[in-house]
Structure formats: C-alpha cells, structure tokens
Design a protein around this ligand. Structure first.
Ligand code: AQP
Length: 334
C-alpha cells in the first residue's frame, strides 16, 4: 500500500499595525508564498496582537482588510493554505487564557520585546503587552505547528512557546506538538533607510525610513535616493557600510543578482546610479503586487468570502486541540 506522508504544518502571522513594508515582504511574506507548495500553511493577520499598542479603530479596520488583501495579492492561496484574521477564530483567546495559567510571571518579565515596547510606550504598559508571548504560544500550539518561520526578534518568544508546550505535555501527556523555528535559506533582513543599524519597521514614524509595499514608483525612487549611506563612493559589500550593505541586500533580493554581480554592475559608477537602480528594481518588483491588490480591493465580496473560508478552516483545525486541552485540565466538554 502506498504510504501517505502528511505535510508538515507551518504557522505564521503578521500584525496589521500599518501597511506591510519591503522588510516584511522580503523578510517574511515572500517565503510564505513559496512554502505553500511543500507545507500545510496557516497564515494569520494577528489583529489581537496589534492592540497591545493603542490603535485607531477606523484605521485598524482598514489595515486588517488591506493586509489580508495584500497576502492574497502576493500569492497566498486561500484554498491551498489557511489565510485568516486572528480575531475570527475565538479559540486563540481561549487557549491563551489557559496557557497563561501555565506560564510564570518571571518568564514573561524576561522577554526583551516587553522591555523594549514598555520603554517605547511608557504611558501604556498594559497587561496584554506583558502576556503577548502567551497569545503567540496559543497561536502556534492550537494548530499543532511543526515549524514557525521567525525572525531574530521573535526567537525568544518561540522558545517560550516550546517551554509552555513541554510543561503542559509533562503534566497531561502528549497534547501539543513542540514547534521548531524555521529559518528559511534566503531570509533577507532589511534595515531602515534612514538608520541602517535599525530594522525597517512598519510603525517607524519617519516615512522616509521604510518602503511600504503600496508606495508608488516615484515615492519608492525618492526614498531610495534619500537613503542614508556613507562618505565612500564604491558600491561594495563591506563591514562598516551598513547603508550600502542594506541597499545591496534589497537589490539582490528583488533582482536575484549576487553581491559579486552587483559590485561588477556598478564598478566605476557612483552611489547615485546605484540608488536609482535599487529604486527602479524595487518598484518593478512591487508593481504586479500593487496591480493585483487594486483588483482585489475593488472586490470586497471576494475578500469577505476568503476571510470566511479562512476562519472556518482555522476554527475546524483548532477545535480538536482546544477540546483536548479542556478535557485534560478537567473541564466538561459538551
Ligand atoms: N525589516 C525586516 N526585515 C526582515 N523581516 C522583517 N519582518 C519585519 N520587519 C522585517 C518580519 O515580518 C514578519 C511580520 O512582522 P510583524 O507584523 O510580526 O511585526 P514586526 O516583526 O514587529 O514588524 P514591524 O514591521 O517592525 O512591525 P511593528 O512596527 O508593528 O512592530 C515577521 O516574520 C518579521 O520577522
């Protein structure tokens, strides 16, 4: 008899805190699309996470719709994968509560993101900001994910998810799959265009620091022209040239060229020519996504149907896990 090998499961999420940046795209979303062929993928717009920082409701609603539509425009297939909005599956919040009773105050106090974000928003150090990693653990463990694509910044949170899973399993038996990090072969780390020692971030207050995937061609080119570099003139990947290194990694990611090829291409040319080329190549790369996004944005009914389908698929998958958890802790499942 032919052996049926089931695909490994992947879970990943993105916060609808603003329009995704070129960093989100090249560092994460581009891989989400690729992974769909080889894995059973679940992708979420994690709106519950986004309110740990105060959001404007009308803007948030627009951003959830926009982020979701962009996922589809980039190539996430709602039939093949599960693409859903986190708040459409109430079981995330339910499991998060249970798991919070199996997570220690001391563990959460050690999370560097909590420390960073509380320093950034001293006026709003809310309990959600503190328990954010528990909700993240619930997101992952609910789907029995084998692998979680994570950037460096989320490694500590994934480690905690693993600790919580192991702790729960030690008490109640095999309930949760213990997830591993997935480090893609090509994971670009994109830095801010204004401060190349910092990551490009969608909530950066300086609009020139990041490229939104929906920026028009002129804006993209203008932002790259203004990108902070150094006083040297040679386009070369080297230590201490953070700005140029960042532009090279962007150019390499959008064109597929190696650093060596890029250095050759711009041999004898200045930073001005290089910046223009990076801007044009990035705009070319984003153009088809923007066109598809415009088409989808005009079809709200289709987007709503996809959201519903995603929510149903997500709920069905996670119901099994949550019922098992309820039984294990001693609740009556009716
Ligand atoms: N600059 C980046 N380079 C590479 N990857 C990046 N990611 C984010 N910024 C870069 C990856 O994108 C995925 C989704 O990110 P997120 O929505 O969870 O939020 P984040 O990591 O906190 O990204 P932002 O843009 O900086 O959001 P805000 O400003 O809201 O905090 C993740 O896989 C992340 O690694």
């Amino acid at each position: 008899m032919e052996e049926v090998i089931s695909k490994k499961r992947i879970f990943s999420g993105i916060q609808p805190t603003n329009t995704p940046t070129l960093g989100n795209y090249l560092g994460a979303l581009i891989n989400w699309v690729k992974l769909q062929d080889d894995y059973e993928c679940t992708y979420s717009i994690v709106d519950l996470h986004s309110i740990t920082v105060r959001q404007d409701p009308a803007k948030l609603k627009k951003q959830i719709l926009e982020s979701y539509s962009l996922l589809l425009a980039m190539g996430v297939d709602p039939e093949k994968s599960t693409a859903f909005v986190q708040s459409h599956n109430c079981q995330h919040a339910e499991l998060a509560w249970i798991l919070s009773c199996y997570t220690q105050f001391g563990e959460l106090s050690r999370m560097t993101q909590f420390k960073d974000k509380s320093a950034k928003h001293p006026e709003n150090i809310n309990a959600g900001l503190f328990t954010y990693p528990v909700l993240m653990a619930a997101d992952i463990l609910l789907y029995q994910a084998d692998l979680v694509p994570v950037g460096q910044d989320q490694k500590q949170h994934l480690e905690l998810s693993r600790d919580i899973a192991v702790r729960f399993n030690n008490i109640y038996g095999d309930v949760f799959k213990v997830p591993d990090p997935y480090i893609p072969k090509t994971a670009a780390k994109i830095a801010s265009l204004q401060d190349p020692t910092k990551k490009m971030s969608k909530s950066d207050e300086n609009p020139n620091a990041s490229i939104s995937v929906l920026d028009d061609r002129d804006t993209i080119i203008r932002k790259f022209k203004r990108a902070v570099t150094d006083s040297d003139t040679v386009v070369k990947y080297a230590e201490g040239k953070d700005g140029i290194n960042n532009l090279m990694s962007i150019y390499s990611a959008v064109t597929g060229k190696t650093y060596e090829e890029i250095e050759k291409e711009f041999d004898g040319k200045g930073y001005g020519d290089f910046k223009l080329a990076v801007g044009e190549a990035t705009a070319d790369r984003l153009a088809p996504i923007q066109a598809e996004y415009a088409r989808l944005a005009a079809d709200k009914k289709y987007i709503e149907e996809c959201m519903k389908l995603g929510a149903e698929k997500a709920f069905k998958t996670t119901r099994k896990t949550l019922q098992k958890v309820y039984k294990k802790v001693g609740f009556i499942v009716i």
